[in-house]
Ligand binder design. Sequence first.
Ligand code: AMP
Ligand code: MG
Length: 390
Amino acid sequence: MVSVQEALQIIEACCHSLTPEKRPVEKSLHAVLAKEVLSLINMPPFRQSAMDGYAIHFSGSVTTYTLIGEVAAGSGEDFVLKPGEAVRIFTGAAVPDTADTVVQQEIVTRTANEITLTAEIKPGQNIRPLGEQIKKGEVALPAFSVLNAAATGYLATLGIETVDVFAQPKIGLLLTGNELVKPGTMLKHGEIYESNAVMLTTALQNYCFQQPISVKVGDALNETQEALKHLIAQQDVVLISGGISVGDYDFVKAALENLGVKEGFYKVKQKPGKPLFFGTLGSKLIFALPGNPASALTCFYMYVLPALNKLRGKPFAGLKKVIRKLNGSYQKKSGLAHFLKSDSDDVLVKILDGQSSAMLNTFALANGLIYVPAETEHLEAEISVDVYLF
Ligand code: AMP
Ligand code: MG
């Protein structure tokens, strides 16, 4: 049996970012850049008008300019302006090389072919210089940037269509248990509804991972082993729900041993989730989560999530840790770390009822897990505690 910290160290030592792949920018939301992206162009690619108005060849104290033409956005036409001349121009249009200032239309009076300035102007105003945002060949985004919506837009403004990003882990989910039936069927005596599949699938969705491939097996060694063999061969990470405890119908451990899975650890000094198993087969990661729903989800948050993040190129880290003041006291025996379903605001955290590993009723209302170290026996009210928010 290992401590929480030892378990995390063992997992981290086995995690490597997946091989990078090329992906279209529009399919790369939340992906992590494996290589820096260099700009292919100057942006803006030409001196650009920032206003609707008139581009002038600034001529000191002169206030009346002669209009010699018009440049709309997208127009390729160029004009040569002499001092005292102007062209009509619109936002986003290319400013002629011989114009140096754009005067917004609000401070101009106009006749058919002349404009008169009605306010002070600053030479050079309202022109976005060539390459103001980024110059050709400069780093647009460094390696390991996480692509958000703005990043995909930014890359598109630079004309970039594909990026090198770390591959997303492919995930398999094995559900074990003779007692489990699909919601929508009538329960017979002794049966319960299978709920870990939807819970773990939505948890993955919540952190922007791909849908797992789910397979359900009964409590039998052969069936479990066959299903695991295929999942491990085809996926990067396999999550197993249930069958990892010490009951006569728990066959996951034996199946993993038969398949040659190398044990990283089995059992963690924690509650819930003590029977957690982690192992590897080559580069494949295998997590056997206890079947009790609250244990399965706690182990997902604390152990699986950091590993999956590392695989997709992020640091080995999962939920965000914050410090909150405990709204009440807490007593426990030394020996196991506790992860307590809790509800935090910006200052205080409250321990919720229903801490059993079999129950989700208050987990469903919680927004985080309080971490109580293994050796701690008593937490006084108002003491600062670590809370992992989800
Ligand atoms: P196990 O880890 O297989 O011993 O299961 C522990 C408890 O979790 C038992 O009460 C199971 O019925 C329950 N359980 C196991 N798998 C699931 C599941 N996929 N959905 C809901 N409950 C489950
Ligand atoms: Mg079971």
